[in-house]
Design a binder for this molecule. Structure first.
Ligand code: F6P
Length: 415
């Protein structure tokens, strides 16, 4: 039978009375090991509750709500946290439970909007969740190839309306039929004033007269079935939490089960809470570099990746150009994500001053000389495409090593 635990944002838990009531209830139910699954606010609250535990029991004894004996039997509360939040806003873990599923909802929504945008040559502004954290908007921007992203940690320069319109206008002039802009609900400018989806729409309509619509995704981002990643993340985190509680002693500091690369690890709850609060303080102080840095390496890398891949034109050549011919090909069966890899490969090759080359249709294509340079704009729209747009074959190079070598040599000379 289904026994839902459900969830709540309990404001009274923030008060002393609320905490006293919670402590009394736990003691009366004989609970001294607690797993808290929640976001930044929940884990901050759990950290405080654990810190206050002895004082709370003392107060309950003084007010005669608990006997000295019962309080003594519950002198320690072990707490293990797991970060469940679609926002991926907690420092200390690479991913929070629920973020991947929310991202998936966003991708589905953008994909579903593309046909209308394409047909009517419209600009769509998608508002996604993230009151204080731009992770969803940023990563959604990368994976949907959005033209512009507004996030709270990295506000645009004050001339953003011009920058935005230059980009959108330039793209339309090169034949792009639609534009997608992703706005985090917490997006702000460099003075800390909100940038709303409607304000962005007004800029696009006033300056470019583009047919523009706003779509607010709202709570659909929290719903639906969890993705494979979230299912496995939840399974692993839950199991690790039990092990952490079993290892806990009265002197063990409360921990959070978090994801470090591919490993489930335990990190101190207090340090994570403090670092997460430091991000808020950095944003309040308008120290955007620090805010991005405190969000962690994966956030920084995502921001860099977005800034690199979203350019509509290749960057101007730099002095350090090495000018290597870098070829990419598929061998074997296609799978999702291959085209995104070729797009990144292409753009990063150009970005670093090299010459990307596509070998079409695997080894068979190479033997037939199907070798062509790939340009910056050739790979636009590839991230969301399934299969292998370059074509692939299962043929291995040992079919004819000498002929393969000869083709590579020809390619080197002619590309
Ligand atoms: O805090 C997580 C979050 O998903 C935010 O990104 C969002 O603004 C908020 O929850 C929405 O909360 P509610 O469901 O109370 O409207």
């Amino acid at each position: 039978m289904c026994f839902p635990i459900c969830s709540a944002r309990c404001m009274s838990f923030k008060t002393r009375e609320g905490s006293l009531k919670a402590a009394k209830n736990l003691v009366e139910k004989g609970i001294s090991n607690l797993v808290v699954i929640g976001g930044d606010g929940s884990l901050t609250g759990a950290n405080r509750f654990r810190k206050d535990w002895s004082e709370l029991l003392k107060e309950l004894v003084e007010s005669k709500e608990l006997s000295c004996e019962v309080a003594a039997n519950h002198s320690h509360l072990n707490i293990v946290g797991m970060v469940g939040s679609i926002d991926n806003d907690f420092c200390g873990t690479d991913m929070t439970i629920g973020t991947d599923s929310a991202l998936h909802r966003i991708i589905e929504a953008v994909d579903a909007i593309m046909p209308t945008a394409f047909s009517h040559q419209r600009t769509f502004i998608m508002e996604v969740m993230g009151r204080h954290c731009g992770y969803l908007a940023l990563v959604a921007g990368i994976v949907t190839e959005a033209d512009f992203v507004f996030i709270p940690e990295w506000p645009p320069e004050s001339n953003w309306p011009e920058t935005l319109c230059d980009k959108l206008g330039g793209e339309r002039r090169t034949g792009q039929r639609l534009n997608i802009i992703i706005v985090s609900e917490g997006a702000i400018d460099r003075d800390g004033n909100p940038i709303t989806a409607d304000a962005v729409k007004k800029v696009v309509v006033d300056k470019l007269q583009q047919d523009t619509r706003v779509t607010v995704l709202g709570h659909v981002q929290r719903g639906g079935a969890p993705t494979a990643f979230d299912r496995i993340l939840g399974c692993r985190m839950g199991a690790e939490a039990v092990l952490a509680l079993m290892d806990a002693t009265p002197t063990t500091p409360p921990c959070v089960v978090s994801l470090d690369g591919n490993a489930a690890v335990r990190v101190p709850l207090m340090a994570c809470v403090e670092k997460t609060q430091a991000v808020t303080k950095a944003m309040e102080a308008k120290n955007w570099d620090l805010a991005v840095q405190l969000r962690g390496k994966s956030f920084q890398r995502n921001l860099e990746t977005y800034q690199l891949l979203t350019r509509s034109k290749p960057p101007l050549p730099t002095a350090e150009k090495t000018g290597w011919n870098l070829a990419v090909m598929h061998i074997g069966a296609p799978c999702c994500g291959m085209n995104a890899a070729v797009r990144s490969f292409t753009r990063n090759s150009i970005y670093t001053g090299n010459n990307p080359i596509g070998i079409h249709n695997g080894i068979d294509g190479l033997l037939k000389g199907e070798v062509k340079p790939i340009g910056w704009a050739d790979v636009t729209g590839w991230v969301s495409e399934g299969g292998a747009l370059l074509g692939t074959k299962r043929t291995m190079p040992d079919k004819d090593f000498a002929a393969v070598a000869e083709q590579l040599e020809i390619g080197r000379a002619h590309v």
